[in-house]
Design a protein around this ligand. Structure first.
Ligand code: NDP
Length: 469
């Protein structure tokens, strides 16, 4: 661990209490140059380390995450405000799963060959790119950090990685586990700090040849402009405003439960959350009433309490942004059916940034509340009359990340899934993830895909070799 060149540290606030509880190094260009030097020194050795050895180190790292799951889940809950039980079952479990999956993917990855009759044969070499940059957001701090780092390392790259300065703690704890697992020095270089101080410089550093970024669409657009003309490989996983389509023939009770989960998991701070809920008119009132009743049962409280289902939003500024959208929704003619306010938790969390799970109806599809990503515990309900209308509403934003469709009509499920403009469509489920599948969005939700082979292809440079017989 190295202190930042500037000597500056940023306050790190626990969202559930509103209190500063640690300091984050504010890295700058000088720290980045040191990290790049250290990555350059490690690059050749790691690229030439056998696949088996790389996989062995990564599997050891995954085992260490499992062994430290309780401590990591607690750290994530303190740093992010999410419920500790959710952190353990989702964030930490999936962090280890990412690393283990890509450790094995590295040993199974193969490349193509293309025969040209009896004239020639082509084969594709897939070499590591060299130094790659991985930048991740605050909503799944360790999970999304490992989602990028694991395939990059498995493919033989060395990495400069930046977690969000809002949630840096598990990246720090992870760095200690990397050392324990035997990852050689310089292979993974973690730089803490803000977007402007260190995120931007990582994206434009000439020695960093590829950037894998997950975050907001505005930041993604900024990175695209900042790197224009530099010929870097870019993978951009951006924002979402995901539709949930509930048809009258769905399994009613299960759909209510799952649509609540899709809207409010992680306080609605998942890029995949279904925040625009369209319900077939025939069941609109029945579904709305059951949905609101279910939302009212969500247990809000101290994230460190194992029984908490709904924790704090990540920061004061984010809470204020979410509350301002609830205000806007009402100005736009919406009616709040439940929630709508900051929630007061007693005891140690009395100053925490809690927002009530909020359900709004009565808005049209074009209003800002239904067009802009709120990224908090707020969803809207709207009726629709037929399949075509549902698809039109679903596709009516600039985003195209994910959607879920709830129906027992097989033909409709396939047809609607094909028509929806999104990178992922779930039928009668939500957030069910197979790590082999392509992951990413269309329209303003991103460029490129990660996951499985897509990630392995992104983090390697293909070279065609053509041999004439
Ligand atoms: P941001 O875009 O604000 O930040 C993402 C990361 O980029 C952070 O580490 C941030 O640093 C860094 N960053 C900020 N500015 C720059 C810059 N100019 N150059 C390089 N890096 C920069 O997103 P949030 O952290 O607020 O995350 C929420 C967003 O992420 C939502 O829009 C959500 O939909 C999206 N998201 C998308 C996912 C997907 O897979 N498509 C998954 C999860 C979230 P810092 O925070 O330190 O300022």
């Amino acid at each position: 661990m190295v202190a930042p060149d500037s000597g500056n540290y940023i306050d790190n606030v626990e969202p559930a209490t509103g209190q500063v509880y640690s300091l984050v190094p504010e890295s700058n260009d000088v720290d980045l140059d040191s990290a790049v030097k250290s990555a350059e020194a490690a690059k050749e050795h790691w690229a030439n380390t056998s696949l088996e050895k790389r996989a062995e180190i990564l599997c050891r790292l995954a085992d260490l995450i499992d062994a430290n799951a309780d401590e990591l889940a607690k750290a994530e809950a303190i740093d992010n405000g999410k419920a500790v039980s959710f952190a353990k079952d989702v964030d930490i479990y999936r962090s280890a799963a990412n690393i283990r999956f890509f450790a094995h993917a590295g040993t199974q990855f193969s490349s193509e060959s293309h025969a040209m009759g009896d004239l020639a044969i082509n084969y594709t070499l897939r070499d590591p790119i060299g130094i790659v940059g991985c930048i991740s957001p605050w909503n799944f701090p360790l999970y999304l950090f490992t989602w990028k780092i694991a395939p990059a390392l498995a493919c033989g790259n060395v990495v400069i990685a930046k977690p969000s300065e809002v949630t840096p703690m598990t990246a720090y704890l992870f760095s200690k586990l990397c050392i324990e697992a035997g990852l050689p020095a310089g292979v993974l270089n973690i730089l803490h700090g803000t977007g402007p101080s260190i995120g931007g410089p990582i994206t434009t550093h000439p020695n960093i040849k590829a950037i894998s970024f997950t975050g907001g669409s505005a930041t993604g657009a900024h990175i695209t402009k900042a790197t224009a003309g530099m010929f870097k490989k870019l993978s951009l996983e951006l924002g979402g405003k995901n539709p949930t389509l509930v048809f009258a023939d769905c399994d009613f009770d299960e759909t209510v439960t799952e649509v609540v989960r899709a809207a409010f998991s992680n306080q609605g701070q998942i890029c995949l959350c279904g925040s625009r809920i369209y319900i077939e008119r025939a069941i609109y009132e029945k579904f709305r009433n059951a949905f609101v009743d279910k939302v009212k049962t969500l247990r809000i409280g101290d994230p460190l309490d194992e029984s908490t289902q709904h924790g704090a939003t990540v920061s004061q500024s984010h809470m204020e942004k979410v509350l301002s959208y609830i205000e806007l929704a009402q100005q736009e003619g919406g009616t709040v059916l439940t929630g709508g306010k900051r929630h007061q938790v007693t005891g140690r969390c009395k100053d925490g940034f809690f927002v009530e799970p909020t359900v709004i109806e009565g808005l049209d599809n074009q209003c800002r509340t239904n067009q802009e990503e709120i990224f908090g515990p707020v969803c809207t309900l709207m009726p629709f009359d037929n399949d075509d209308a549902a698809v039109k509403l679903a596709n009516g934003t600039q985003y195209g990340l994910a959607a879920s469709v709830w129906t027992n009509d097989l033909k409709r499920a396939h047809r609607v899934a094909k028509q929806i403009e999104a990178g992922i469509v779930w039928i009668n489920c939500w957030l069910l993830r197979d790590l082999r599948t392509p992951f990413g969005g269309v329209k303003s939700s991103g460029v490129g895909r990660e996951g499985g082979l897509e990630a392995m292809r992104f983090f390697t440079e293909p070279k065609n070799v053509c041999i004439k017989y």
